[in-house]
Design a protein. Structure first.
Length: 256
C-alpha cells in the first residue's frame, strides 16, 4: 500500500496532499500518514471523490479525532474555507490498540476521545516544519500504546499487503495458497482486524487499479485492461465502475 495517487478519483481537483512514512519501528501499525491542506475562497466548495483503501484511518483535525472505518463505497467530501488534517492509514495490528472493532466502523466515522493525541498533533501543526512535527507527535503517541502483535494480527497484515498489491490474487483461495492458510482462517482474521472480507478487498484493488490505469494510460483499450485485471469481460469492468463510482470507464476517461 504505497501508491500516492491510487484511490483519488480526480487528483487534479484534490487539496494539497503530503504523505509521510512513520518511524520504521511503527511500520507494523501505520502504513503511512496523509496530510491534506486547503484554503478556498469564500463561497467556494471543493467536492472530493475518493475510493479509499479498505482499512481504518485515525484522523486528527482541529475539531477532534475520528476513526474513519473501512469504506465499501465511494467516499465524498466537501471542503470549504481553510483547513487541514493528519490521518494515519492503519495496518491491522493497530486496530487492536483502539476501542472500536473494525467491523463496527465500516462506512462510518466514529469520534474518539483521545485528547492527548489531538493536543499533541494540533500543537505540532501550529509551528514551523508542521508536517514533520505532526508526524513525530503522532509517532510518539503510537509508541505509548503499541503492544506486540499477535500471530493473527501479523497474518492479517500479510493478507492486507498481498490483497492490495498483488494483481495475480483474484480469489480468496489464491490468497490462502500464497499464505499457507485456509480460506476460512483468512475470512476470520479479515473480519477481526480489517472489518471487510477478503473478496471486498480484491474488488477494491481491481477498481483502484482500473481507475489509475485509465488516468495514466487513456489510450489503453478497455477490453484489454479488463482482461488483465481479472474481469470476465469489459462489461463486468463497466458494471463495477458504474455500481461504485456512478459512471462508466469511458465517461471517466473522457472527464479525468
Amino acid at each position: 500500500m504505497t501508491d500516492a495517487t491510487r484511490g483519488v478519483i480526480f487528483p487534479g481537483a484534490a487539496p494539497r496532499l503530503t504523505r509521510a512514512l512513520p518511524d520504521p519501528a511503527l511500520a507494523d501499525l501505520v502504513a503511512w500518514y496523509w496530510i491534506p491542506e486547503w484554503e478556498l475562497a469564500d463561497g467556494t466548495v471543493s467536492r472530493q471523490l475518493i475510493l479509499p483503501y479498505p482499512a481504518c484511518n485515525l484522523v486528527v483535525d482541529p475539531s477532534g479525532v475520528v476513526l474513519s472505518g473501512p469504506a465499501t463505497r465511494l467516499a465524498e467530501r466537501e471542503l470549504t474555507g481553510r483547513g487541514w488534517a493528519v490521518g494515519a492509514l492503519l495496518r491491522p495490528a493497530a486496530t487492536a490498540t483502539l476501542p472500536v472493532e473494525p467491523a463496527a466502523s465500516v462506512d462510518r466515522e466514529l469520534p474518539l476521545e483521545l485528547p492527548d493525541l489531538h493536543d499533541a498533533v494540533c500543537r505540532a501543526f501550529a509551528g514551523p516544519d508542521r508536517h514533520d512535527r505532526a508526524v513525530a507527535a503522532f509517532d510518539a503517541w503510537w509508541q505509548t500504546r503499541r503492544v506486540p502483535p499477535t500471530p493473527e494480527a501479523e497474518l492479517a497484515g500479510r493478507l492486507t499487503e498481498l490483497l492490495m498489491s498483488d494483481s495475480r490474487i483474484l480469489r480468496v483461495e489464491d490468497a490462502a495458497a500464497a499464505l499457507a492458510a485456509s480460506a476460512r482462517t483468512l475470512q476470520r482474521v479479515a473480519h477481526r482486524y480489517l472489518g471487510v472480507p477478503p473478496s471486498a478487498m480484491i474488488r477494491r484493488r481491481r477498481l483502484q487499479e482500473a481507475a489509475q490505469r485509465i488516468r495514466e494510460h487513456p489510450d489503453e483499450p478497455l477490453a484489454g485492461l479488463a482482461a488483465e485485471l481479472g474481469y470476465t469481460d469489459q462489461a463486468h469492468l463497466a458494471n463495477d465502475f458504474r455500481t461504485v463510482l456512478g459512471f462508466t470507464p469511458s465517461a471517466y476517461r473522457r472527464d479525468v
